[in-house]
Design a protein around this ligand. Structure first.
Ligand SMILES: O=C(O)CCC(=O)C(=O)O
Length: 293
C-alpha cells in the first residue's frame, strides 16, 4: 500500500545564485564514533558552531534507517502522515509508481513514534549524551525529520538558522544533528555552513525561496562545505547559518535530522507556546508564522 497522497506538497523553491554555495574549503571531520565531547571539541563547537563527525552511528543503524524510511514512504506505518513531496512532481503525483514516489519525497517529519529503527537512533543514549554535553542540560528531542533531496529535483534549502523555525523558550540553546545516510558532497547537496556565524545571534528571515536569510546577509566569503560519508554527522548550534544547494547529481542524498533542547525550554501549554512564538516572530520576522524547517 502506498502512503496516502496528502496535500503536503512543498510550496517553496526557485532559482538561486550558485555563488551562494561556492565553498572556500571543506570541514575537517572528527574521528568517530564520538562517545563524549572533550574540552577541546567543546571549545571548537563554541567557536565554530558545529562539529563534523566522520562516523557517528553503525552501518547496521544506517541500513535500518533506510529500510525504516522505505517503510514509511510505502505506507507500512498506518497513521503516519508526515510526508512532504517535492513541488516539481505535483502534476505527475497520481501517476507515479512506488519507486518513482520514493524519488519524489522531499522530507518526512515527526516519524520517530511510527518507526522503531528511527526512534532508536534519535534516543540512542550515546547521542543523548553528546546533546547533553553540548547543551549543558538534559536534552529533549522536539523535532525529527528525514531530508531526502531526490536526485535531479531535490531543491535548494536556502541559508537559514534553525531556531527561526522553532517555538522553544527564547534564548535557549538548541543542538541539531544531521546524519548522512548516503555519501554527501556539493553535487548532491551536502550541508554548507558559515563557521562562527552563530555567535552574532538571531538574524531576520524572510519568505523568499523558503523562510530564509536574505541572500545579501549570507557571508559568501566564509562558506565551508561539509561532505560526509554514510553514518557521518554534522552536529550544529541552532543559530548557525547553514543551507544546502540543489541535488544536481543522479545520486540519492538521504539524511536524518534531530533537534534537541533542554527539557525546560520545550513548551508545555498552549499559552507557553503562543508566548514563545510571539517572541520568535518579533526576533526573526513575521513571515515565520507557520513555517516548518
Ligand atoms: O537537508 C537539507 O537539505 C537541509 C536541512 C536543513 O538545513 C533544515 O531542514 O533545516
Amino acid at each position: 500500500m502506498v502512503a496516502e497522497l496528502a496535500e503536503q506538497i512543498d510550496p517553496h523553491g526557485g532559482d538561486y545564485d550558485p555563488e551562494l554555495y561556492r565553498p572556500e574549503g571543506s570541514a575537517e571531520t572528527v574521528a568517530g564514533p564520538l562517545t563524549s565531547v572533550s574540552a577541546e571539541l567543546r571549545r571548537q563547537y563554541g567557536a565554530d558552531g558545529f562539529l563534523a563527525v566522520d562516523t557517528l552511528i553503525s552501518e547496521d543503524r544506517v541500513t535500518g534507517a533506510v529500510a525504516g524510511i522505505d517503510r514509511l514512504i510505502s505506507g507500512g506505518a498506518p497513521g503516519f502522515r508526515g510526508i512532504q513531496w517535492e513541488g516539481s512532481v505535483r502534476a505527475r503525483l497520481p501517476e507515479l509508481d512506488l519507486e518513482q514516489r520514493r524519488r519524489s519525497v522531499r522530507k518526512l517529519v515527526y516519524y520517530v513514534d511510527h518507526e522503531p529503527r528511527l526512534h532508536a537512533i534519535a534516543h540512542d543514549p550515546a547521542i543523548l549524551g553528546l546533546a547533553a554535553e553540548l547543551l549543558g542540560a538534559e536534552p529533549e528531542l522536539f523535532a525529527d525529520q528525514a531530508l531526502l533531496k531526490p536526485p535531479g529535483i531535490g531543491r535548494e534549502k536556502p541559508w537559514h538558522q534553525d531556531v527561526a523555525y522553532f517555538d522553544v523558550r527564547p534564548g535557549a540553546p538548541v543542538v541539531g544533528l544531521w546524519i548522512a545516510l548516503d555519501g554527501t558532497d556539493p553535487d548532491n547537496g551536502c550541508m554548507h555552513v558559515i563557521p562562527g556565524s552563530h555567535r552574532a545571534g538571531p538574524v531576520p528571515h524572510f519568505n523568499r525561496r523558503d523562510f530564509q536569510l536574505c541572500d545579501t546577509d549570507v557571508d559568501r566569503r566564509r562558506v565551508i562545505a561539509v561532505p560526509l560519508q554514510p553514518a557521518g554527522c554534522l552536529i550544529f548550534d541552532g543559530l548557525l547559518h547553514h543551507g544546502t544547494p540543489r541535488n544536481a547529481s543522479d545520486r540519492r542524498r538521504w539524511a536524518l535530522q534531530f533537534h534537541y533542547a533542554p527539557a525546560e525550554a520545550i513548551w508545555r501549554s498552549r499559552e507557553e507556546r503562543a508566548a514563545y512564538k510571539e517572541r520568535r516572530l518579533a526576533v526573526f520576522g513575521g513571515d515565520g508564522l507557520d513555517v516548518t524547517c
